[in-house]
Design a protein around this ligand. Structure first.
Ligand SMILES: [Zn+2]
Length: 382
């Protein structure tokens, strides 16, 4: 089956894939819907989860759909770590030739990937991640994924996409079970979306597609990540795979009119952490006041967060112009706490003249973390 991926990705050098190269899928359902969108999509394919550098692919929605309609198997020897992560994967973004996958390197995103895992994190009672500085338990609970009470069904998504008049292709994923349905959908975009606008674009897309009510079942971390990998169709029991689709247009959203990001959905323990800090602020406590250099208060405006992280072995990307300062991608010092331990360039560091620098990790368990947490991690509490 490995040569199927090769076939799927070999067309990049010469433009779109020729659908006639593709044999019918094993499930015989590669003719779902007529293909309205005609614009060329640019995406990337990866051999498995640990494959750093994808193969660029450019083609029509029609030819992409034919690829998605195939059934794949994990690569031999589990190079991705386990069978599921050894499956070939698609990334909705495209990159310059010879460059590894990363938010910093992506040139744009051509498709919307909707992952309905119908799960939510639940804290494990009494288990907390250790504070990396002291080894003592932190306030961040270890979590496990549990099924939500009202899973989003494929029929619900299909009806919404149909009403929206948007083209799509969907399938049940590797870990789907009869009692826990999990499905993934791909929708073509009418034009590539810049990575910096991606999070806001996806929020506007959920509204536009009538899927705001289905947020409960979505893996929002995956959707907000412009360079997330989505494994192609496969299952330990391939005969149980279900496929879905809608006819329609590519999704079009005016990028000049994107609403600002809504406030993040905080877990109860995150809300509690923030409430504690707010109470301390109200009581007149200032977390930054005890930090001193040579007896004087620290000038936080001139703090170089990149070098603080780099000095502690955390990878930091090159600075890019942002407003009148700079913005950098970085890895997260607490990457081990991300779901599945994903260590990616999920952190944004912003330094602008006249303001304190900011630290933000986009993983859902870390959206409440900021400069204070980074300083406490790096310097400890005075
Ligand atoms: Zn993080």
């Amino acid at each position: 089956m490995g040569d199927l991926l090769a076939q799927l990705t070999a067309s990049s050098a010469n433009g779109p894939a020729d659908p006639r190269q593709c044999s019918p899928s094993q499930t015989g359902e590669d003719e779902i819907g007529a293909c309205y969108p005609t614009a060329l999509l640019r995406v990337s394919f990866f051999a498995h989860a640990r494959d750093p550098r994808g193969r660029a692919w450019e083609g029509s929605w029609d030819s992409l759909k034919r690829g998605l309609a195939r059934t794949f198997q994990p690569a031999a020897g589990n190079p991705g770590g386990d069978p599921k992560r050894s499956m070939p994967a698609i990334c909705g973004a495209f990159f310059p030739p010879g460059v590894n996958r990363g938010r910093d390197t992506a040139l744009g995103v051509s498709i919307l990937l909707l992952d309905f895992d119908n799960e939510r994190p639940e804290p494990i009672p009494g288990e907390f991640y250790p504070d990396p500085r002291t080894g003592e338990p932190s306030s961040r609970p270890k979590t496990r994924k549990v099924r939500i009470d009202a899973p989003v069904s494929p029929g619900e998504v299909q009806a919404a996409l149909q009403t929206a008049g948007v083209a799509s292709y969907g399938w049940t994923t590797w870990s789907a079970r009869p009692d826990h349905v999990k499905h993934r959908w791909v929708t073509p975009l009418s034009g590539p979306v810049p990575v910096d606008l991606w999070e806001r674009f996806t929020e506007a897309a959920l509204e536009r597609l009538g899927l705001a009510g289905c947020r409960r079942g979505l893996d929002l971390g995956v959707i907000h990540n412009p360079v997330a990998l989505a494994f192609l169709t496969g299952s330990p029991t391939p005969e149980t795979i279900l496929r879905f689709g809608t006819d329609g247009r590519a999704l079009t959203i005016d990028l000049r009119a994107l609403p600002p990001m809504p406030a993040p959905d905080l877990e109860p323990w995150q809300a509690a952490t923030l409430a504690e800090r707010k109470a301390a602020r109200t009581a007149g406590e200032r977390w930054f006041q005890p930090y001193r250099v040579g007896g004087r208060p620290v000038d936080f405006q001139s703090l170089d967060l990149a070098s603080i992280l780099e000095a502690r072995g955390v990878k930091v990307g090159a600075p890019r112009a942002f407003k009148d300062g700079t913005k950098r991608r970085a890895h997260c010092p607490w990457a081990g706490e991300h779901s599945r331990g994903v260590d990616d360039d999920s952190v944004v560091l912003i330094q602008t003249p006249g303001s304190w620098p900011s630290f933000k990790c986009s993983h859902s368990g870390h959206i409440h973390l900021g400069l204070q947490d980074l300083i406490e991690w790096a310097w400890g509490r005075p």
